[in-house]
Structure formats: C-alpha cells, structure tokens
Design a binder for this molecule. Structure first.
Ligand SMILES: NC(=O)c1ccc[n+]([C@@H]2O[C@H](COP(=O)([O-])OP(=O)(O)OC[C@H]3O[C@@H](n4cnc5c(N)ncnc54)[C@H](O)[C@@H]3O)[C@@H](O)[C@H]2O)c1
Ligand SMILES: O=C(O)C(=O)C[C@@H](O)[C@H](O)[C@H](O)COP(=O)(O)O
Ligand SMILES: [Zn+2]
Length: 352
C-alpha cells in the first residue's frame, strides 16, 4: 500500500494481486453504504462489470452503471453531461459517489464527472489497464478533450481510494499493455537508479507482465512522491509530462492511430534527441531510452512531428507561459529539468 498525503486529503493506493475479489469490502472501508455510479467502458464491462456490481451491492451500495464506448472519444463533454444528467435523474446527492472501473479514459472522465457533479462528490479509482495502474489513477488529474485539444477541460480532484490489481492485466491486449509501459519507462528515466536498471532488464512484453507488480509499485511510488510535493503542477510536477509536449500533439493529430503511451514514447525519444543535439542532455541517454521502448515494440518516430499542425498544437500545452513553451528535458537519467523555449524556435530545435 502507498499513502498519498496532501494538504487537504490523505488516501491509500492498494496494490495487490487478487484485489478484484475484494472490491466491495475495500470500497466499504472508506465509504458508508450509499448510491454509487459505476463508470466503465464496453470492453472492460464485458469482463468485469457484473462481478463488480454484485460485490458493491453485497457491500450495501446502490449501483447505477454507466457504460461508455471504448476509446479517447469518450473523453468528451457530451459524455460528461449525459452521465451527470442521469445521476441527477436518479437523485444522486453530494454524499453519493463515483467509481471508475477501467483504464485512463474511464478514470479521467469519471474523475471529471465526480468533481463537477454538485461541485464535487467522492470518487474511487479501480485501475484495469497498465496506464491506469502506473499513472492515471493516481494524482487527481481529471480531463476530457475539446475537439482537437487534448485534456483542455479538467480539474484536480483526488480520489478517496485507488484499487490496483495486476490480475486485471490478464485480459488486456498486448498493444494496450505495451502502451502503458511507455509511462513506466518515463517514470524510470525520471527517477533513475534501480528503477531505470529494472526497465533495462525488460526485453519483451512478457517481461512487463512478469514484473508487473514491481513496475506498478515503483511507477506509482515515484509519481505519488512528486504529487505530494506539488499537487497542482505549479513546478516540480511538470516533470511527469516528459515526452508529452510532442506526444499530446501527435496523439491528437493521429486521430486515434496512436495510443497515448505510444505517442509519449515517440515524444520522449524526439525531445531527448533534440536536447542531446544541443548539449542539454548527456550523450547516449536517448539511445538508452530508445532501447527500452524498442524492446517491447513501442514506436519511436512519427512523420507528424514538425508539421504546421503539430506546431499549432504545441500552443495548447498546459505548461506554457504566454508564448513560451516549458519543455521537460533530462540532463541525465534521474535528473529532469525544465527548459523554456519559444514556439518560434521549435522548427530549428527539431532540425538541430
Ligand atoms: N490523469 C492522468 O494522470 C493520466 C495519466 C496517463 C494517461 N492518462 C490518460 O489515459 C488515457 C489512456 O489510458 P489507457 O491507455 O488506459 O486507455 P483506455 O482507458 O482507452 O484503455 C485502453 C483499452 O484497454 C481496455 N481495457 C482496459 N482495461 C482492460 C482490461 N483489464 N482487460 C481488457 N481490456 C481492458 C479498454 O477498454 C480500452 O479499449 C488517455 O486519455 C490519457 O490522456 C491520464
Ligand atoms: O500526472 C501528471 O501530472 C502527468 O502529467 C501524467 C501524464 O502521464 C498524463 O498523461 C497527464 O494526463 C497529462 O496531463 P496534461 O496536464 O499534460 O494534460
Ligand atoms: Zn501520460
């Protein structure tokens, strides 16, 4: 178990194989019986919805289920408003709760629903994808996209509890498993040391599964420490965005072809190479990161980088100050820094 201690909230992240059979009891350990809306997507629902509903009902909760279509398209205001209107029809009050059962899409969407309904009601995350287990279920960033802009509508709203059972990974597709591993490599490069050595020993997707619990604990342990120091991303938390400035732009421009973790993988390699070329990043680091990503089959390059549309998307990065981009670089493995750059300088930077 990892505990996240913030100025206005303390919550636990329970990580253990087999927890999917203890959901009712775990939820009851933090909430009195009440109404809950259980939000999931169609794919996760096929495997886990009935059992989760039955566990929650046995524990005394009254459950409304909301099953959204699979994929990034469900991170939309239309989905938020549909769910919120059904909660209102069902008489949900401020004392009731939202439970996310799914990957990062369901988690980001449910988090936003819970933070908006009646100006904020309690929220629990049950992470079922690797991305959710190593990253999105923790830290309280909630979001939906608006048209072509990624995560532009969102809040910080921390959960009351995070449940992570690596057994859920057994039904996850290899592509989604590998995608989530992109964020693991990110955390390992940011932290360095034994964590980076561990990702260096993973030579294929099977290695992700056999080391899943340790990879989850290390990634979430690292992220939780950063979030505890800077919950609202005023400063340090920006490092968790390594690879995302370019990554989010190509994820959106790919119109669903690139999954989030794949786009981040490409984003990390390109930003790292550019910083290596101008002497900010120590020589050899890009190839160490690239080796880890290629080992599991993650993509490391995209033609979308550098196009006019790409440059246009960079304007929406949430780390920007006015016209200035704040890019995350690694001066060495384990030593992230923020490097300001003007938008105008990016074409030259990309060709450095
Ligand atoms: N809030 C944050 O801090 C944060 C961090 C990282 C990523 N994100 C967001 O998360 C999203 C990506 O998350 P994702 O990769 O989990 O995508 P996702 O939620 O779309 O899940 C990927 C796919 O896996 C399926 N799935 C999930 N769990 C499963 C299981 N156990 N068995 C079978 N299928 C399963 C889903 O149905 C979906 O088809 C992006 O929108 C990204 O922006 C947010
Ligand atoms: O938790 C954070 O902080 C992160 O930046 C984690 C990222 O992996 C994640 O993709 C996050 O949703 C990106 O947020 P955004 O603020 O760049 O939209
Ligand atoms: Zn991410």
């Amino acid at each position: 178990m990892i505990t996240v201690t913030l100025p206005t909230k303390i919550y636990n992240i329970e990580i253990k194989s087999g927890l999917h059979q203890e959901i009712g009891g775990l939820v009851k350990s933090v909430w009195k019986p009440k109404k809950v809306v259980l939000i999931t997507d169609q794919q996760v629902a096929k495997h886990y919805l009935n059992d989760t509903v039955s566990q929650l009902e046995t524990a005394g909760f009254e459950v409304l289920t909301e099953v959204v279509p699979v994929g990034e398209q469900s991170k939309s205001l239309a989905t938020v408003s549909k769910i919120i209107s059904e909660m209102a029809t069902e008489g949900f009050t401020r004392k009731d709760g939202v439970v996310a059962l799914g990957g990062g899409v369901v988690g980001d969407l449910s988090g936003l629903v819970s933070s908006l309904y009646m100006r904020g009601i309690p929220f629990i995350q049950i992470a079922t994808s690797l991305t959710a287990m190593v990253d999105s279920s923790v830290g309280g960033k909630t979001a939906v996209n608006l048209g072509e802009v990624k995560n532009i509508i969102g809040t910080f709203h921390q959960p009351d509890l995070v449940i992570i059972d690596p057994d859920f990974l057994r039904t996850l597709s290899q592509r989604n498993l590998v995608e989530g591993y992109g964020e693991v490599v990110k955390c390992s490069a940011l932290e360095g040391g034994e964590f980076f050595e561990l990702t260096g020993r993973i030579t294929d997707p099977v290695g992700i599964l056999t080391n899943a619990t340790e990879l989850i604990q290390r990634s979430i342990g690292f992220k939780a420490d950063v979030v505890m120091k800077d919950e609202k991303e005023q400063n340090l938390r920006r490092i968790l965005n390594f690879g995302h400035t370019f990554g989010h732009a190509i994820e959106l421009l790919g119109h669903g072809e690139l999954k989030h973790g794949e786009a981040v993988s490409i984003g990390m390699v390109r930003i790292s190479q550019c910083f290596e070329n101008i002497g900010v990043t120590q020589k050899g680091i890009t190839s160490e990161i690239t080796d880890r990503l290629l080992a599991v089959g993650l993509p490391i390059d995209s033609d979308l980088i550098g196009t006019d549309e790409f440059l246009e998307h960079l304007k929406n990065d949430k780390k920007n100050d006015g016209k200035q981009l704040n890019l995350v670089a690694l001066s060495e493995i384990g030593l992230p820094i923020i490097v300001p750059k003007s938008l105008e300088s990016i074409p030259e930077f990309l060709n450095s």
